[in-house]
Design a binder for this molecule. Structure first.
Ligand code: PMP
Length: 461
């Protein structure tokens, strides 16, 4: 058998990858022709590739490596736990110490009486749990008709059939017969693209009141929950106007609709608090967690629920669970990750050092001819590319064409920045230093200049 290692020539690794590995969210034939970049290692905020290039990871992987790469403590905890108890489940009247310790820690960190955790291997599974959880909750309370979950267009809640249905990504719904019944989508609070002549405040209220209208149209007795990301991540780091969340909270309270905050990206320091719900001042009944929970070092996610929700669910046997719910190695690594965030005061670092510095540099990008608005909350940020800032105009080309060019220019300049349509987004590791922010911004500016040159060359402006 051929032994495949980091030391093989890049072209050989790429050829094997193209032959056997199907990449997620990728046109695989197109990638095969081009060759995927082979990532061989990482430390802090930098990735290394098979050609020895150092790439600044402006996306913390997939918004998850909050504490940065290369933390030996997590590797040591994983090894210790694998030796002691590599696997056991908590289905049939057993438990184990990593599950107990992580749950107690999450109950301590989560706001209010969000004190009970149901585990999954990631965010998609956790949101699938939420669909069954909220419906079971209302059925147990004698209101089985409360089944519909209201969500938002352009939301991302995962890739499984259930979670992708909760999500509002048109491109995902177009494949595989989604959404499943019982999910209703309202518009997103994206003022830049959809606000028209309204002020951001007026627009925020208008979008929040779509929730009330949907509840009235569908019937209060038929609606179980509303789910949303505190800051829409994969939708393009869309930050709602200030008027939005207070109105959403009022509506959920008035009509007794469970509020699910999908904290998969926003949780664990990303927005400058432990949870995005704290930053947005909302009181969810359920929070979806994953990603930063383990800083991506192990696959783990879950749903944290309030006392009353857990009490109602606990009255019955909830016929739901995953082989890897509360996996002991993942739970032990997650716990250590939370301890590092706490002991190194990474949330303080975000609040006092990294986010204020990044904000100043990021917002200054609006002096670039291609950059319309710049938005940032904590360590997640976006810029809208536009041919006309005053008109907040989209490009004449297919949405995403310019964003893709810009992403390619970033990649060529050893910066990972993602594009969502023609918005460019970042979410770097929380540990990033001001010097590293300077590198990120310098590379982003070069990429923007090169994008502008390319657009001129192709006559796309
Ligand atoms: N919810 C949100 C808000 C997410 O951003 C993601 C992943 N990007 C998910 C859910 C799905 O999580 P996973 O990929 O771990 O299944």
């Amino acid at each position: 058998m051929t032994v495949i290692t980091n030391h093989m020539p890049t072209a050989e690794l790429q050829a094997l990858d193209a032959a056997h590995h199907m990449h997620p969210f990728t046109a695989n034939a197109e990638l095969a022709a081009k060759g995927a970049r082979v990532i061989t290692g990482a430390k802090g905020v930098y990735l290394t590739d098979s050609e020895g290039e150092r790439i600044l990871d402006g996306m913390a992987g997939l918004w998850c490596v909050n504490i940065g790469y290369g933390r030996d403590e997590l590797a040591e905890v994983a090894v210790r736990q694998m030796r002691e108890l590599p696997y056991y489940n908590t289905f049939f009247q057993t438990t184990h110490v990593p599950a107990i310790a992580l749950s107690a820690k999450l109950a301590e960190l989560a706001p209010g009486d969000l004190n009970h955790v149901f585990y999954a291997s990631g965010g998609s599974e956790a949101n699938d749990t939420n669909i069954r959880l909220v419906r079971t909750y209302w059925a147990e309370k004698g209101k089985p008709s409360k089944k519909i979950i209201i969500s938002r267009k352009n939301a991302y809640h995962g890739s499984t059939v259930g979670s992708a249905s909760l999500g509002g990504m048109a491109g995902m719904h177009a494949q595989g017969g989604l959404p499943i019944p019982g999910i209703h989508h309202i518009d997103q609070p994206n003022w830049w693209a959809e606000g028209g002549d309204m002020t951001p405040e007026e627009f925020g209220l208008e979008r929040a009141r779509q929730l009330e209208q949907a509840i009235l149209d569908l019937g209060e007795d038929n609606v179980a929950a509303f789910i949303a990301e505190p800051v829409q991540g994969a939708g393009g780091v869309i930050v709602a106007p200030d008027s939005y969340w207070p109105e959403i909270q009022r509506i959920c309270d008035k009509y007794e609709i469970l509020l699910i905050a999908d904290e998969v990206i926003c949780g664990f320091g990303r927005t400058g608090n432990w949870f995005g719900s704290q930053t947005m001042n909302i009181r969810p009944d359920i929070m979806t967690i994953a990603k930063g929970l383990s800083s991506g070092y192990q696959p783990i996610g879950g749903s944290i629920v309030r006392d009353e929700v857990a009490e109602v669910i606990g009255r019955t046997e909830f016929n739901h669970g995953y082989t890897y719910s509360a996996h002991p190695v993942a739970a032990a690594v997650a716990l250590k990750n939370l301890e590092i965030i706490e002991e190194e005061d990474l949330i303080g670092h975000v609040q006092k050092v990294a986010a204020p510095y990044l904000k100043q540099k990021w917002e200054a990008l609006t002096d670039h001819p291609l950059v319309g608005e710049a938005r940032i909350v904590g360590m997640m940020a976006s810029i809208a590319l536009t041919p006309d800032k005053e008109a907040r105009a989209p490009f004449a080309t297919e949405p995403g064409t310019v964003g893709y060019i810009c992403r390619e220019r970033c990649f060529a300049n050893n910066l990972i920045m993602r594009h969502v349509g023609d918005r460019m987004i970042i979410a770097p590791p929380l540990v990033i230093s001001p010097e590293e922010v300077d590198v990120l911004i310098d590379r982003a500016r070069i990429a923007l200049d090169e994008t502008l040159d390319e657009l001129k060359r192709q006559d796309m402006l």
